[in-house]
Ligand binder design. Structure first.
Ligand code: F55
Length: 797
């Protein structure tokens, strides 16, 4: 038997073994679910050795460890990722098909781990994969939410939220660590005795660790994602039970579990809820204790911490980690206060993901002091010292009865980074201008990236095969090699193969949409896709207004040569964000009217797919022709969907915002549809009186589209349904939808024109692929390792 054959048989046997002995299922009666779990166990077995080797190697080398603290990890499905990275795809597929099963169906049976809201959480997941691929010794720390982001459905066009339930079924990837627990205190008093400050909390919960291995490309290295779950210190009160009070007997456990029960679904508004701050302290404090415990396994001098430990805070959500570390070093370990602060600052770094004022975390000092009285004192002391050292400082962490987490994170950090060139520049001139003047070297830029393993290799197998056929293996871990594709765009035969890949991906999507939604899409149309959280600044309403105007124009000029278009939307709105929910309803209402109109049949379709998540993104991105990245300039910190689309051969229509700027620079302005005000122009426009009314009055297409909404074309019998949106667009329009509409329309017609030349389009699309290699998260992580963490890879390069 060839070696290959042996491996195949082994793998088949491993699946059968797990089906029988781990799951206790008779193969004759096993369902897809059982086979999927058995396959996952067989794959997991092949991770464990490498995982342990990596951990041992980290100890042996005594290397600096990176700790990525994030309230969110939007992982998606792990089975395919693990199979791909372990290079088991061929044998796993052969084994599964040998059992008479459908390979994709088995992979898709896994629920999405949706422990995040959007870009910030997905970035953390891409980073974990790249850290493992690069062999950087790293741990991810977060919360093991029992319920991830809600499931979205539409009821009469309106968003309906249902709880997400991924842990209802066994999670094969995690290892429970009942022995790895920390008891955390909340509330209580701070007392001073013998010159020592002592925090005496008045209630306690435990954080229990669950570890998930994260394997890098080719399985050369594996790191740990450690998620904390809330548990009671005394889970069960037997006295109360015996007294007949059964509910009260288990009350402590129920309360403690509440902490890790559910992910907050707000992605852009700070609500200041007590449970949220409890979650933040819970996972930050557990992580800090774990970090110190690991350090002390082989070091005694805590002053060496910054040489061995780099902590990255993914936004301000883990910011309380810094005063917690100061508290432990000073109150518990007796280091002088200033030294404790210096050590902490040597370890901690902060990534900012937004400049939107409503998203910057700040806590009411009453609430904060109630929950974390000692931390409030520590923050006050650091902030005071800082203010004394820099009397001209204005932006302090404390004042006005608030604890401002951005300011706190900044003053506690070694480095502070933005996530695109534009965003980092704006950080320096706006929100952190004051701090940047005092500490000019602290802010650095690390433009975001995405993992090419998931976002090209796995999600787009046809394109991956073409790339490998063309330039050979190796690009998956060295994405800039995609540049070698560039000469082939001049080869008509190659370009044709490239175009056929996209056509086949679109055909797959059409089949799926027909099955799932009962909608037949025109596969020859341009597939125009906007998938992301619903937010005014992301301007899904600009997109739907353009759809309305286009529909009206098509009806007015039916014999013109229109480029057929399918507009696809996906995205969730925060449950309390009513304007965003109105936008969702409007898109669904517009879709219903346009899709039912025989006059534009086959020329224009609008589709809003429910429950957008990582899996749906993996389906849509390979099939997209056009990527909508149309935020008001200055508002989208980076975007990462924009990178995924370009990498998969979609052209971007976009503003000069976030990483769009860098995408356009790299793919070339001739391969990018630019429109709209720049960030500076947008700021200036807002100061023009009645800018919205002027823009509407000056553009007949825009006025007609708004009139149709106002007149009830899309809400028959209820013309007021969108009065809020109409008033906003015509009167306030902070996000400059009206001001940017005319230029957006122009750019869209350039898109139509360009798409009519299919060869020309394919050439532009292929150049987008060839020039997007820089957007690998491997490049981003190398940047963090070099500029922020001073960490090294433990793999031979
Ligand atoms: C989640 C919770 C809170 Cl309280 C606030 C914000 C969020 C969140 O999800 N933010 C988020 O996703 N920000 C995005 O981060 C991406 C990664 O850096 C950027 O690409 C994107 O521009 C930014 O909006």
């Amino acid at each position: 038997m060839a070696r290959d054959e042996v491996a195949k048989t082994d793998f088949r046997d491993a699946i059968l073994w797990h089906l029988t002995y781990t799951l206790g299922k008779d193969p004759d009666h096993a369902q897809v679910f059982d086979w999927r779990l058995a396959l996952s166990h067989a794959v997991r077995d092949r991770i464990v050795d490498r995982w342990m080797t990596s951990t041992r190697e980290t100890y042996r080398a005594d290397a600096k460890r990176v700790y990525y603290l994030s309230m969110e990890f939007l992982i998606g499905r792990l089975l395919e990722d693990n199979i791909v990275n372990l290079q088991l795809a061929d044998q796993a597929q052969a084994a599964i098909e040998g059992f008479g099963l459908n390979w994709r169906e088995v992979l898709l049976d896994e629920p999405d781990a949706a422990l995040g809201n959007g870009g910030l959480g997905r970035l953390a997941a891409c980073f974990m994969e790249s850290l493992a691929t690069l062999g950087c010794p790293a741990y991810g720390y977060g919360i093991r939410y029992e319920h991830g982001l809600f499931r979205q459905s539409f009821v009469e066009g309106r968003q309906h939220e249902a709880p997400e339930d991924w842990l209802r079924q066994p999670n094969v990837w995690e290892f429970e660590r009942p022995e790895a627990r920390f008891t955390l205190g909340f509330g209580g008093q701070v007392t001073v005795r013998d010159c020592k400050t002592l925090w005496q909390p008045d209630h306690f919960v435990q954080a229990e660790a669950f570890d998930t291995p994260v394997v890098g490309w080719q399985g050369r290295w594996a790191n740990t994602l450690r998620l904390w779950a809330g548990r009671a210190v005394d889970p069960f009160d037997l006295d109360r039970f015996n007294a007949g009070d059964f509910a009260a007997a288990a009350e402590a456990e129920a309360l403690a579990r509440t902490i890790s029960r559910v992910l907050y679904p707000e992605d852009s508004t700070e609500k200041g809820k007590r449970l949220r701050l409890t979650q933040e302290y819970f996972f930050s404090a557990a992580s800090i204790r774990d970090i110190i415990r690991r350090f002390e396994q082989d070091h005694t001098d805590l002053r060496l911490l910054p040489q061995r430990v780099a902590i990255q805070m993914n936004d301000t959500h883990p910011a309380v980690a810094a005063p917690e570390l100061v508290r432990i070093l000073h109150d518990e370990r007796g280091l002088p206060f200033d030294e404790a602060v210096e050590i902490t600052r040597g370890c901690v770094n902060y990534t900012n993901h937004t400049l939107l004022p409503e998203a910057l975390e700040s806590w009411d000092e009453g609430l904060f002091g109630d929950l974390l009285p000692r931390h409030l004192q520590i923050i006050d002391r650091i902030d005071d010292q800082d203010a004394r050292a820099h009397p001209d400082r204005r932006n302090t962490a404390r004042g006005d009865g608030k604890v401002r987490m951005g300011e706190l994170s900044f003053i506690m950090s070694h480095r502070v980074n933005g996530v695109s060139a534009l965003h980092t520049g704006l950080m320096k001139t706006t929100v952190f201008a004051d701090q940047n003047r005092i500490w000019p070297d602290r802010i650095v830029n690390e433009t975001n990236g995405v993992t090419p393993r998931r976002w090209l290799h796995s999600c787009n197998p046809r394109l991956s095969r073409l790339i490998t056929d063309t330039i050979g293996e190796g690009w998956t871990a060295d994405l800039e090699r995609l540049a070698e594709l560039a000469p082939f765009v001049e080869d008509a035969g190659w370009l044709d193969r490239f175009a056929r890949v996209k056509a086949a991906n679109k055909a797959d999507l059409c089949d799926w949409v027909a099955r799932e939604q009962g909608v037949m899409l025109n596969p020859d149309a341009l597939f125009d896709v906007q998938i992301k959280r619903i937010h005014e600044y992301k301007r899904q309403h600009l997109n739907i207004l353009e759809a309305i105007a286009l529909w009206q124009e098509m009806r007015a000029h039916p014999s013109d040569d229109w480029t057929p278009r399918v507009k696809i939307f996906g995205g969730k709105a925060a449950p309390g964000y009513f304007f965003a929910k109105d936008i969702i309803r409007l898109i669904n209402d517009v879709a219903a009217v346009i899709n039912a109109d025989a006059a534009t049949n086959g020329k224009l379709q609008v589709l809003y797919l429910p429950n957008y998540n990582v899996t749906l993104a993996e389906r849509l991105i390979p099939a997209a022709d056009l990527s909508e990245q149309i935020s008001t300039a200055g508002k989208e910190a980076s975007g990462t969907g924009n990178m995924k689309f370009a990498l998969n051969g979609a052209l971007t229509i976009g503003t000069l915002d976030g990483a769009n700027v860098e995408i356009r620079d790299l793919v070339g302005p001739e391969n990018f549809f630019l429109f709209g005000l720049t960030a500076d122009e947008a700021e200036a426009r807002r100061t023009v009186p009645d800018h919205a009314a002027h823009a509407v009055a000056g553009d007949p297409r825009l006025s007609r589209a708004i009139e149709a909404i106002r007149g009830g074309t899309f809400s028959p019998g209820e013309p007021d349904r969108y009065a809020g949106i109409v008033a906003n667009l015509t009167q306030a329009d902070y996000f400059l939808v009206a001001s940017d509409f005319a230029d957006y329309w122009r750019a869209q017609r350039e898109v139509d024109f360009a798409y009519a030349d299919r060869k020309g389009w394919a050439r532009m699309a292929a150049l987008n692929v060839a020039r997007s290699g820089w957007f690998s998260s491997d490049r981003t992580i190398r940047g963090y390792m070099r500029d922020i963490w001073e960490a090294e890879s433990l793999l031979d390069q």
